[in-house]
Design a protein around this ligand. Structure first.
Ligand code: DQA
Length: 145
């Protein structure tokens, strides 16, 4: 089984109760369980993590680079301003898919910029939990660089 890290940035542990009209009613724990289960069904060993700490997230991206581990990343608010995260992702040695539950392009102006998109394999946004599921499928199909 191919190992995949699903990494989540700040405030995503609060899924389910956080602005459900924007982010849906699925809790973080439910999302994590769903991704582990669906990943296993398509040959992926999925590990889901969340942190509110930029340094910790950067260290997980380093871990993935060192181990050539594919990543599904929801950088949350770090998407819009973390050059440290962007520079970490630029070191990747395996596919990395940027995902968002909502469609940032259809929201406030400050969400229209992603400083990480240019160093990701691609971006999937606006499909709720489906954004993560589609990203896992793309990794399983082996079509990403
Ligand atoms: C988000 C979108 C970001 O703009 C926001 O800061 C988040 C969640 C999403 O999944 O839609 O925390 O990444």
């Amino acid at each position: 089984m191919t190992r995949v890290l699903v990494l989540n940035g700040p405030n995503l542990s609060r899924l389910g109760s956080r602005e459900p009209d924007v982010y849906g009613s699925t809790s973080y724990d439910e999302l994590a369980a769903l991704l582990v289960e669906e990943g296993a069904a398509i040959g992926l060993e999925v590990e889901v993590r969340q942190t509110d700490d930029e340094a910790e997230l950067v260290s997980w991206i380093h871990e993935a680079a060192d181990g050539s581990i594919p990543v599904v990343l929801n950088p949350a608010a770090f998407t819009h301003y973390s050059y440290a995260l962007r520079d970490a992702i630029a070191q990747r040695t395996a596919p990395l898919v940027e995902v968002h539950l909502s469609n940032p392009a259809a929201r406030e102006e400050f969400r229209h910029t992603s400083v990480v998109a240019a160093v990701a394999s691609g971006t999937i946004a606006g499909f709720g939990t489906g954004s993560y599921r589609l990203a896992l499928r793309a990794i399983a199909e082996g079509v990403l660089r």
